[in-house]
Design a protein around this ligand. Structure first.
Ligand code: GDU
Length: 339
């Protein structure tokens, strides 16, 4: 299949294009490297033995996008590009709404003009907000996220639903990611956040490698087994394979549908730190801090729908996620900047 991937150089994007290249797909990447590195694409090409074709540009540049569609004639699109930092979205809501909605509008209009109506969209478990209890099911009713970043995903799910409703030729997968961590087993590609990481796994990995002094544990008085927050961490390669399963499903199904991509298992902050201690063979200093505003005690997926309809399930456990993340972090202490 000829697949155009926006944000293909990013963390989830790079692992997904690798999976596509390895199964023989023709991959076209559109990326402006706002939060990623071109080195990731070189590494992917090295592993796969073939390269994606790159168009370095903003997805919101509809004229340029039009030219790319005319030249490349993609059959399907996977749309990863977008801003994704929760705290930043609270501080700069306008930027988040304008960027995440604007790029997607430009993409959808261009797809429509070129008769490309197969789309896999990066959504997030954040669409479940804080008024539902884990495990989250896709049919749980009204979606309402608790921050502007999450709201852009809720709104875009709405937009895509209306677009599919208006023209039954669309085939759209809304993939609601839980907490992707880990890295490709080669240790050559992985998560490389700019600045101090917001998320737990890259933070722990950077403490383990000595880039940061200690992990702050955001609260140990939640109503969970050990008092720390519980999340559904999913290996990024399992997540990448979930995208392929969705693309395959869309070959034979019109319309729009949402699927959770998680493992269905919850891991606490302290358990995740312990997994990285095992993987790295190093003690990881950590200290309990107050709760982070807006955090949930628990979030994990009901994975029944993806298992039944996509024939996909996450296969890799937390130990493997920590081992693979550690191979990446220890081999690339400064991320892609080391080159
Ligand atoms: N945590 C810490 N210390 C840290 C960072 C996180 O203790 O330095 C804890 C959090 O309190 C939480 C868990 O670790 O219990 C996971 O936190 P992350 O920030 O890694 O992940 P979240 O589940 O909070 O965030 C995820 C996505 C976001 C957004 C969000 C919606 O990463 O993009 O979708 O869910 O709630």
């Amino acid at each position: 299949m000829r697949v155009l991937v926006t944000g293909g150089a990013g963390y989830i994007g790079s692992h997904t294009i690798l999976t596509l290249l390895e199964r023989g797909d023709d991959v076209i990447v559109v990326d402006n490297f706002a939060n990623s590195s071109p080195v990731a694409l070189d590494r992917v090409a090295g592993i796969a033995g073939r390269s994606p074709r790159l168009h370095r540009m903003d997805v919101s540049d509809e004229t340029a996008l039009d030219a790319v569609f005319a030249a490349e004639k993609p059959e399907a699109v996977i749309h990863f590009a977008g801003l994704k930092a929760v705290g930043e979205s609270v501080a700069e809501p306008l930027r988040y709404y304008s960027e995440n909605l604007g790029t997607t509008f430009a993409l959808l209009s261009t797809m429509q003009r070129h008769d490309v109506r197969t789309l896999v969209f990066s959504s997030s478990a954040t669409v479940y907000g804080d008024h539902q209890n884990a495990p989250y099911r896709e049919d749980g009713g009204l979606l309402e996220a608790s921050n502007p970043y999450g709201q852009t995903k809720v709104m875009l799910e709405r937009v895509l639903t209306d677009v599919a409703q208006a023209d039954p030729r669309w085939r759209i997968a809304l993939l609601r990611y839980f907490n992707p961590i880990g890295a490709h087993e080669s240790g050559l590609i992985g998560e490389d956040p700019r600045g101090v990481p917001n998320n737990l796994a890259p933070y722990v990995a950077q403490v383990a490698v000595g880039r940061l002094p200690e992990v702050g544990v955001f609260g140990d008085d939640y109503a969970t087994a050990d008092g720390t927050g519980e999340r559904d961490y999913i290996h990024v390669v399992d997540l990448a394979e979930g995208h392929v399963a969705a693309l395959e499903h869309l070959r034979t199904h019109e319309g729009i549908r949402a699927w959770n991509l998680g493992t269905g298992r919850a891991t606490s902050v302290l358990e995740l730190i312990a997994a990285f201690e095992n993987a790295s063979g190093r003690p990881i200093p950590h200290r309990v801090l107050p709760r982070r505003e807006g955090d949930l005690a628990q979030a994990w997926a009901d994975t029944t729908r993806a298992e039944q309809e996509l024939g996909w399930r996450a296969r890799r456990g937390v130990a493997e996620m920590a081992e693979d993340a550690w191979r990446w972090q220890s081999g690339n202490p400064q991320g892609y900047d080391t080159e």
